[in-house]
Structures are given as C-alpha cells and as structure tokens.
Design a protein around this ligand. Structure first.
Ligand SMILES: [Zn+2]
Length: 296
C-alpha cells in the first residue's frame, strides 16, 4: 500500500451531539436486582459472541423489494424473519451496562483498519463502498485470549438512521459490514449514527470524494478515541434479513454538516420519488425480549 498518497486530516473534534447517547446511559437501571428473565436476556448475547448461528438461503436482487411500510410487509416472501430482527430502538429499558453485571472487564471488539484507496457508488438502495479496509475482532467471552476475525467487506449509508437511540431517529447511519473469515455467513456490523449539526466530518469528505475517483479512506478518522458500544443480536436490515448479525452500534453520535448530509439524503429522505420521501431505512422491529448490552 502506498501511504505516500495519503494526506491526514486534522483530528476530529467532538461536540455536544452525544446528549442522546448520554440520555440512554443515564437511564440504564442498576442491575443489582436483575430478575431471572433479565439474566437470561443478557447471558444469551454474551454466548453469541462465541457461538453465533449461521443462516443461509437465497439473496434477493435489489429490485425485488422496496422501502416503505406497506412494501416491507411483503418482504416476508423473500426474507427469513424470526424474532431477532433489526433495526431496533436502543431503549434504556432493555439496555444493561456490562460493568454492572460482569465480574471481569470485557470489551467485545477490537478494530484494525488501514487507509485504503476505494471507489464508492450509489446503487438502487444505498451509497456503498466495497473493498477491504481491515478487520474487526470479536473477543471471545468464554476464552478470554481468543477472538473471531471478521473481515471488512463494504460500508454503506441510510438516511435517516435505522437504529434509534432512546427513541430518537438521527439524520444518517453508516453500516460497516464484516464477514467472519472462517465462515462468511456470520456477519458483524459496526454502526455509526450522525447528526447534522453544521460540523464538517473529514471522514465523510473522503467518502463523498470516493464517488468521483478512488480515494484514500481512513476509518480511523471516524472512530472516537473513547466511546462505548451498544451490542445486541439481530439481522440484516435488507432482504433476506438473515438473523446472523452481531450488531455493534457506536455510542458517540457523530457530526455531519448540511452539505455532507444532502449528498446522501437528496437520494432518499429528501427525495419524494424514493419510498415517498421516507428514506432508505427499514421500520423498527420488536425487541422480543432481547437485551442490549452497553460496553464502556
Ligand atoms: Zn445497512
């Protein structure tokens, strides 16, 4: 890799857009009186860090489905919809702080990304940048010295966001999709939510430039130095909606400015010709007894 062409940006400056993430954190109840149902709800996702179920089947073409509530009702013909669907509202009532019930420190992921020259493009449903930017290691919960390696395959955008934090929908969400090296049916998605607050995001500048020409994209520009992550077991948010996804939603809400947001949103959420102007997000799915675990 030729690092010589890579021009670093100034370090990213976070502002007060974390207030809703902080609202989720503040409302998470103490776990000291966890009942047996809640215990089961947090044990299951911890086990899934080590043993995750694979699901396979046909992958529908992009033109076989549409966004919008009445269209989504038809997805069941081409999907595999069970009880573990995504996206969800990350609600404080179903969110548990790991530090309050784990007897040892555990953070579920480690990220290894390197700047890579890639070209992005709009397809019928999203803006997607394909190519490998590195990997995400899922740390074993049971065997503390082991991890599962998921290679980054593509990242793409939804406007407005698919996940809600404490009931709030944000302006933009990015999904970084990783496939497990030893079984590519297993998927880990790292999600980032963005709020339009007038602050230019240097990573998004790189992404937008990649629509014109291959551009060095540095995921490290985006990753907050210190941020918690919300983790739960879920699904792809597009058909075939396989329930094969370990979801990690970064707690920090990131900034974009108006011009950057419009690059994406004018295709979807600001476009009445696309899903009635609703945007390219899937409707919220019921948690069905699932817990979200917040790792600090
Ligand atoms: Zn997505």
């Amino acid at each position: 890799m030729d690092q010589g062409q890579y021009i670093p940006y100034p370090s990213y400056n976070y502002n007060d857009t974390d207030q809703h993430r902080l609202a989720v954190e503040a409302k998470i109840k103490p776990n000291s009186f966890m009942n047996p149902n809640q215990l089961e709800a947090v044990v299951k996702p911890l086990r899934a860090l080590d043993f995750h179920q694979t699901q396979t089947g046909r992958w529908p073409e992009e033109d076989e489905w549409e966004y919008g509530a009445h269209h989504e009702a038809e997805w069941c013909r081409i999907c595999h919809i069970g009880y573990f669907q995504s996206p969800i509202n990350i609600d404080p009532d179903i969110t548990f702080k790991s530090a309050e019930f784990l007897h040892r420190p555990h953070f579920p992921i480690r990220l290894h990304y390197h700047p890579t020259s890639l070209k992005g493009n709009f397809n019928a449903k999203t803006f997607i940048v394909q190519g490998n930017l590195g990997n995400l290691a899922v740390n074993s919960f049971i065997h503390q010295d082991q991890s599962r390696i998921f290679d980054e395959a593509q990242f793409h955008f939804h406007a407005p966001s698919e996940h809600l934090l404490n009931g709030r929908r944000y302006d933009l969400e990015m999904h970084v999709v990783h496939k497990e090296r030893s079984n590519t049916n297993n998927i880990a998605v790292l999600g980032f939510v963005f709020k339009e607050d007038g602050v230019r995001n240097p990573f998004i500048d790189q992404v937008i430039r990649s629509s014109l020409e291959p551009t060095y994209i540095d995921m490290n520009l985006l990753i907050p130095q210190k941020s918690g992550v919300f983790y739960y077991e879920g699904s792809l948010t597009t058909p075939p909606a396989f329930e094969t996804v370990l979801w990690f939603v970064v707690g920090h809400v990131l900034s974009v400015n108006r011009e950057q947001l419009e690059f994406f949103a004018r295709q979807w959420g600001m476009n009445p010709a696309f899903a009635g102007g609703k945007g390219n997000y899937r409707e919220l799915q019921p948690p069905n007894g699932r817990a979200v675990i917040y790792f600090e």
